[in-house]
Design a binder for this molecule. Structure first.
Ligand code: AMP
Length: 285
């Protein structure tokens, strides 16, 4: 497995794959890898000949006061997990390699980022979309795999690929969970023992929403209210949002008719967790 610390090395490595006629799969991450990331690696492997993983805690997607400095990092461990998973190359640049001091061009998505995390974390998606555009230009993958866990991010990147004509296939892979239902996340290490148990309420609320919709519920406000009851009973520190949005536009809906997403962002102590479920109303006959 090759470790590329510079853009030049990464490009040379991918050029080698291309010369050999290989299809390149790509999984961008911020490291501190877990089974969720590794499931994306497997999805990339199934669709390509060579798999590149990037490990980069992207400073531009963290607002001042967020957890950029505290974000968990352990490259040795990540390297071992990637090697065990048969990853071919890891792109592991320094922040200064990705952002020399004179950068002044950014990529903004202006519609799908208005609500949900975009509303609560101003500037976050600008950082995400910019770094992913840069990574796509460096790695030039044929296929890129993102997790449904960050559904707004995945939808925004799909729009980036479409609107800026990146010649690649986007795959959104399912969310991997702990036995309790808690979505795996690098940030779960911040959770104290009691908080970790309480945090299972996010998934319980999503399951309730899925069940309500399966049973014919269409009133988004009522479904949100029952989700909120479950989340509130776990004594969260704060609820950033609990929403039901249209899958295509990510705008809030009042009636659950087409494909929708139930999405929530909840804080326990200093840990902010997000999760979501896709809601598909039953077909009426
Ligand atoms: P991150 O390192 O948190 O930026 O995540 C890198 C990629 O892994 C993103 O596409 C995430 O959506 C995805 N991911 C994170 N957690 C999970 C999970 N529990 N299941 C599936 N994919 C995940």
């Amino acid at each position: 497995m090759k470790i590329c610390r510079t853009i030049r090395e990464m490009r040379a490595c991918v050029e080698g794959y291309r010369r050999a006629g290989m299809r390149v799969g790509f999984v961008p991450t911020m490291g501190y890898l877990h089974e969720g990331h590794l499931s994306l690696v497997r999805a990339a492997r199934a669709r390509s000949d060579r798999v590149v993983v990037s490990v980069f805690v992207n400073p531009t997607q963290f607002a001042p006061g967020e957890d950029y400095a505290a974000y968990p990092r352990d490259f040795q461990r990540d390297e071992g997990l990637c090697a065990a998973e048969g990853v071919d190359a890891v792109f592991y640049p320094e922040a200064a390699e990705m952002y020399p001091s004179d950068c002044c061009v950014y990529v903004d998505e202006t519609r799908l980022t208005r609500g949900l995390c975009g509303a609560v974390r101003p500037g976050h998606f600008r950082g995400v979309v910019t770094v992913v555009a840069k990574l796509f230009n460096i790695v030039t993958p044929d296929v890129a795999v993102f997790g449904q866990k960050d559904i707004q991010q995945a939808r925004v990147i799909e729009k980036l690929v479409e609107d800026l004509n990146f010649p690649l296939e986007m795959v959104i892979a399912p969310t991997q969970r702990e036995p309790s239902g808690l979505a795996m996340s690098s940030r779960n290490v911040y959770l104290a023992a009691g908080e970790r148990e309480r945090a299972a309420s996010l998934y319980q609320a999503l399951q309730r929403a899925e069940e309500d919709v399966r049973n014919g519920a269409t009133d988004a406000a009522a479904v949100i209210a029952s989700m909120r009851m479950i989340v509130e009973s776990s004594r969260p520190t704060a609820v950033d949002y609990i929403e039901i949005v249209d899958y295509a536009t990510l705008a809030g809906v009042s009636a659950i008719q087409g494909k929708c997403v139930a999405a929530l962002a909840v804080r326990y102590g200093r840990t902010r967790l997000i999760d979501n479920a896709i809601l598909v109303p039953p077909v009426k006959d």
